[in-house]
Ligand binder design. Structure first.
Ligand code: NDP
Length: 388
């Protein structure tokens, strides 16, 4: 029996994780549940699952009166402490955004198995995360479906045998929209993902293709793969989750209908393949074919190229890209900027940063905070190189 801490339990990946855990009561138990603000939803989960601890990332709000009578803790530090505490064997980090970095580092420093959905941790904290993994002696299993596919196809083979990895992208809701129509995109349009049902932030990232740039950086960091060996192809039905081509010319792919429960189960149960096959998620060649692929429309979705370039340039750039993108998404969802301006917000922010190395989590936090300030208001911030 493994005790699992589910960080971001009230979200989309959190819900998928709880489904998987409910189907395997003799193997996994929800020991810790966390959310940010939605305490009523967290309270309902706690009543159902009776964990050892629940944590809210914010202070108790006015009117806080939970029905579950167990231990509640509050604040970002309590969240990171819960990730590193001995009460769990596996930490599944499904927090959204840079806010997940501290928990990622705490879980790895404590030598846990970290099942990581929070890709922003790897983008903003790449070297720090891999250092914590080596130092803590734990394990890092990807939950992102593309990276889970790569992990499954690699099956322990060394990266030196890999010729290239091809990450698939659905292309998002605007894959077929002509460029001029993109100016008219509303948040409601962008929140309508064709193949995946996900939280708002990653759904917008999928519409702009920023998500695929984050995933290229994630693959580079996770698998220690040079950027030249990572490619992206659009695959509208999201059946092939990614491909690995080996140096002998063989390509392996992992397939399945879009469901996060497959990569979640893999990350929780690895190296075992647990008995969980459900007809609706299995691949059926007749029903699910033909499998079509097309190139990414890089000129119409500039956040993809900008993000990959930020990853390649390294240092402050990926941290700033991630932070500016988070702010741009918030601004788009609140109606403050249009769909096309999302990229402008990010590109203008990146101009103020450099590839100076990120040595510590404090460094990463400083760049993140500064990039957010610039992305919110480019005029209210000192130029690059000025004192912060
Ligand atoms: P959701 O928005 O559905 O859920 C986010 C969860 O994180 C909620 O539980 C939320 O709590 C909590 N949270 C939000 N902000 C904070 C914070 N500042 N501190 C602590 N907790 C916070 O997101 P998703 O489940 O869609 O995505 C989670 C992560 O997984 C993201 O990094 C995403 O990129 C990645 N991912 C998601 C996939 C998907 O299918 N959804 C696929 C692959 C990767 P509250 O409810 O209180 O707001």
């Amino acid at each position: 029996m493994k005790n699992v801490a589910i960080l971001g339990a009230t979200g989309s990946v959190g819900a998928g994780t709880l489904e998987v855990i409910r189907r395997h009561p003799s193997r996994f138990r929800a020991a810790v549940l966390t959310a940010n603000r939605r305490w009523e939803a967290l309270d309902a989960l706690a009543l159902d699952l009776d964990p050892d601890l629940v944590v809210l990332g914010t202070p108790p709000p006015a009117g806080f009166a939970p029905q579950w009578a167990g231990e509640w803790r509050f604040g970002a530090d309590a969240l990171a402490d819960a990730a590193g505490s001995p009460g769990s064997d596996i930490v599944l980090n499904a927090i959204v955004g840079f806010a997940g970095l501290d928990a990622t580092l705490a879980a790895l420093a404590a030598g846990k198995r970290l099942a990581l959905a929070n890709k922003e941790s790897l983008v903003a904290g790449g070297d720090l995360v891999m250092r914590a993994l080596r130092g803590g002696g734990g394990e890092l299993l990807p939950v992102d479906s593309e990276h889970s596919a790569v992990h499954q196809c690699l099956a322990g083979r060394p990266v030196s045998e890999v010729a290239r990895v091809t990450l698939t992208a659905s292309g998002g809701p605007f894959r077929e929209w002509p460029a001029r129509r993109l100016a008219t995109v509303t948040p409601a349009d962008a929140l309508r993902h064709p193949t995946w049902s996900m939280g708002a932030k990653i759904t917008i990232d999928s519409a702009t293709l920023a998500n695929k740039a984050l995933e290229v950086i994630e693959a580079h960091t996770l698998f220690d793969l040079p950027y030249e060996r990572i490619e992206v192809v659009v695959h509208p039905t999201s059946i092939v989750h990614s491909l690995v081509e080996f140096r002998d010319g063989s390509s392996l792919a992992q397939l399945g209908r879009p469901s996060m429960e497959i990569p979640i189960l893999w990350a929780l149960g690895y190296p075992d393949r647990l008995d969980d096959a459900r007809r609706e998620t299995g691949f059926d060649p007749v029903r699910d074919g033909p499998l079509e692929f097309e190139p990414v429309r890089e000129e119409d979705f500039p956040l993809f190229g900008a993000g990959v370039a930020a990853g390649k340039a390294g240092g402050e750039f990926p941290v700033a890209f991630n932070a500016a993108n988070e702010v741009a998404v918030e601004r788009f969802l609140s109606g403050d900027v249009g769909f096309r301006e999302l990229a402008e917000v990010v590109l203008r922010t990146l101009e103020r940063f450099s590839s100076r190395a990120i040595e510590s989590v404090e460094d990463a936090r400083r760049v993140d905070t500064r990039a957010r300030a610039i992305a919110r208001d480019p005029h209210g911030e000192p130029k690059s190189g000025d004192a912060e």
